[in-house]
Design a protein around this ligand. Structure first.
Ligand code: IPE
Ligand code: IPE
Ligand code: MG
Length: 251
């Protein structure tokens, strides 16, 4: 059973020490395109293919959750044409890929303030989340109009309301309660975060959830981040000693 599940896992990777949850900041689409003399949107189109491939790879290799940063609360500052293209791309992809993803057992979730997105996109998102809710093969989360600071503010407001209504005492607020009021409420924290394109920052992504995540940076632009590149990231992950504040990693 196990050998079948990990059949396609490269032999130098230890199936017992894979990250359960991988998060990616998909960066470098624009530069990838510009270097080829193409418009930036060509990079986004190619980047979407890369994400689809990575999802399949995670599933093949037995990784149970993948979270991808697709559009930040700060990305509205880009030219309107680029923002429009991205939002249409998300909708087109969802319409086109949902049936196949559902068939493959993918559970899809969207995190972020979805209320500010075009209504037709919101409808597709809600439909895909409802349809795939009970799928078990892999949990695929896409962050759209996501900002970690906004998410933490949302949690604070919800908790403050509970206190105001007398349903909660301030002393009862703890880590697990805060975590329950984030968008990621039912997802374990990422074990590995990958950011492509050579940038070494978090850009407002999962600030709370990444507290003990291993971080991997690569110069590769997102559209070129293929299985081989992912394999390298996993090899690096498997060399890490995750101590969680202790002196030695516990067995
Ligand atoms: C990441 O690629 C995709 C999004 C932010 C939507 P970029 O579009 O940021 O590409 P660069 O960083 O400009 O090369
Ligand atoms: C982060 O990339 C957001 C996404 C990948 C969706 P950006 O390219 O927007 O980040 P900055 O502006 O370089 O920090
Ligand atoms: Mg960028």
């Amino acid at each position: 059973m196990t050998s079948k599940l990990f059949a396609k896992l490269p032999p130098d990777l230890n199936p017992q020490n894979l990250p359960q949850h991988v998060a990616v900041i998909m960066d470098g689409n624009g530069r990838w395109a510009t270097r080829r003399g193409l418009p930036r949107i060509a990079g986004h189109r190619q980047g979407a293919k890369t994400l689809k491939e990575l999802l399949r790879c995670c599933k093949d290799w037995g990784i149970k959750a993948l979270t991808a940063y697709a559009f930040s609360t700060e990305n509205w500052r880009r030219p309107i044409e680029e923002v429009d293209f991205l939002l249409h791309l998300f909708e087109r992809l969802l319409r086109r890929e949902l049936t196949q993803m559902h068939r493959e057992g993918v559970r899809i979730s969207f995190i972020g303030d979805l209320s500010l997105l075009p209504k037709s996109l919101q409808t597709e998102m809600q439909r895909s989340m409802a349809q795939t809710l009970y799928n078990q093969a892999i949990h695929f989360t896409v962050a759209v109009n996501y900002g970690s600071r906004n998410e933490i503010i949302k949690a604070c407001r919800e908790l403050a309301e509970l206190v105001q209504q007398g349903e909660l005492k301030p002393q009862q607020i703890n880590e697990s309660l805060v975590a329950q009021h984030l968008y990621t409420t039912d997802t374990p924290e990422p074990d590995l975060l990958i950011r492509t394109s050579g940038e070494m920052r978090l850009s407002n992504f999962l600030l709370w959830q990444l507290a003990y995540t291993e971080i991997y940076f690569t110069d590769i632009f997102w559209p070129d981040f293929d299985r081989t590149a992912f394999h390298q990231a996993l090899l690096s992950y498997q060399k890490r000693d995750r101590r969680f504040g202790q002196i030695q990693a516990s067995a």
